[in-house]
Write a protein that binds this ligand. Structure first.
Ligand SMILES: NC(=O)c1ccc[n+]([C@@H]2O[C@H](COP(=O)([O-])OP(=O)(O)OC[C@H]3O[C@@H](n4cnc5c(N)ncnc54)[C@H](OP(=O)(O)O)[C@@H]3O)[C@@H](O)[C@H]2O)c1
Length: 292
């Protein structure tokens, strides 16, 4: 049996959709509501029963301070080991993201898996094109003010990451001990994004972004997380394109990230504050009036 965690989320729901008809798959969320759905909450030890599970697709629960995220992932891996799970597939963060504060918990989890008795595969996901669409949407005045400077992001369609995760999780033996870097093949910068949606690019500063993000709806960890993401893009740390791994695992060329951006990013305005994608990566983004 394959069990997938986080299946109500943006990535997990795409994975679950692909596997909906399979009787040998269980879909775990904190609030299960259908056949084949089971409750798994990493913060609740009583919910961590992986009896009968051969492969665990562990979708990171990366929202929170490091100690909280690490405790969640430790609880999941320890329960999987205890219950005899043979293979753990983990959704991590691209190596190019090592400058990001949230990389630490991912690297901790990768190290934990390397020391595990279970077999493992690490999917080092790049930043989603959907996340870029939320972070760099034009404002109601048609201006993109996201502080990307002259930097570019090798964003990747979340749909492609879901497809790779499915392929690996259904045939894990072929991927045991592998760390896959899964980023987009064409890095995108602010000027190109603006041209694609008929907007103007006038990047603001990181300080302006921090201030815009630090509203009452923001959890304390969110502004530093997002500002660091802008900073890493602007500084050119996230523009390394795919080395051929993604198309090899997909068996086809990746979806163009620019198309995902243009299909997702719409002007945000006072009547409709916040990101255009209802689930670009919910935990990363506080509701930000007027965008960043
Ligand atoms: N590469 C990127 O651009 C990027 C961007 C944002 C986030 N991420 C990371 O990738 C993960 C998946 O991305 P996403 O787009 O699917 O994010 P998402 O839509 O925000 O979903 C987050 C998922 O985390 C799960 N989760 C949170 N706390 C949990 C807990 N205590 N126990 C079990 N599950 C918990 C949620 O599970 P439920 O189904 O139970 O609600 C939810 O499905 C995120 O959690 C984050 O770590 C990556």
């Amino acid at each position: 049996m394959l069990l997938i965690t986080g299946t109500s989320g943006g990535l997990g729901s795409l994975i679950a959709r692909r596997l909906a008809d399979r009787p040998d798959v269980r879909f775990a969320t904190r609030a299960p509501d259908g056949p084949g759905h089971v409750r798994v909450d990493f913060d609740d030890p009583d919910s961590l029963d992986f009896t009968g599970v051969d492969t665990l697709l562990l979708i990171s629960a990366g929202y929170g301070e490091d100690d909280q995220v690490i405790a969640r992932h430790e609880a999941a891996v320890a329960a999987a080991e205890r219950d005899g799970v043979r293979h753990i597939v983990y959704t991590s963060l691209t190596g190019a993201g090592d400058h990001l504060p949230y990389a630490l918990a991912h690297r901790w989890t990768e190290r934990r898996l390397r020391g595990s008795a279970a077999a493992w595969t690490v999917l080092r996901n790049g930043l989603y094109a959907e996340l870029l669409a939320a972070l760099a949407a034009p404002g109601p005045d048609g201006v993109i003010t996201a502080p990307l400077g002259g930097g570019r992001l090798a964003a990747v369609a979340r749909e492609d990451l879901a497809e790779v995760a499915v392929r690996v999780a259904l045939a894990p033996d072929a991927h045991a001990g592998q760390v896959y870097e899964l980023v987009g093949d064409r890095p995108l910068g602010g000027a190109e994004l603006a041209a694609a949606v008929g907007a103007r690019y006038a990047p603001g500063s990181l300080a302006q972004a921090r201030s815009a993000l630090s509203g009452p709806d923001a959890a304390p960890f969110q502004p530093p997380m997002l500002v660091a993401t802008y900073s890493a893009i602007a500084s050119g740390f996230l523009d390394t394109p795919d080395d051929g791994t993604l198309p090899r695992l997909l068996g086809r060329p990746p979806r163009p990230a620019l198309e995902v951006y243009t299909g997702t990013a719409t002007p945000s305005g006072p009547a409709d504050p916040g990101p255009a994608d209802p689930s670009p990566a919910r935990g990363y983004l506080p509701a930000v009036a007027g965008g960043v």
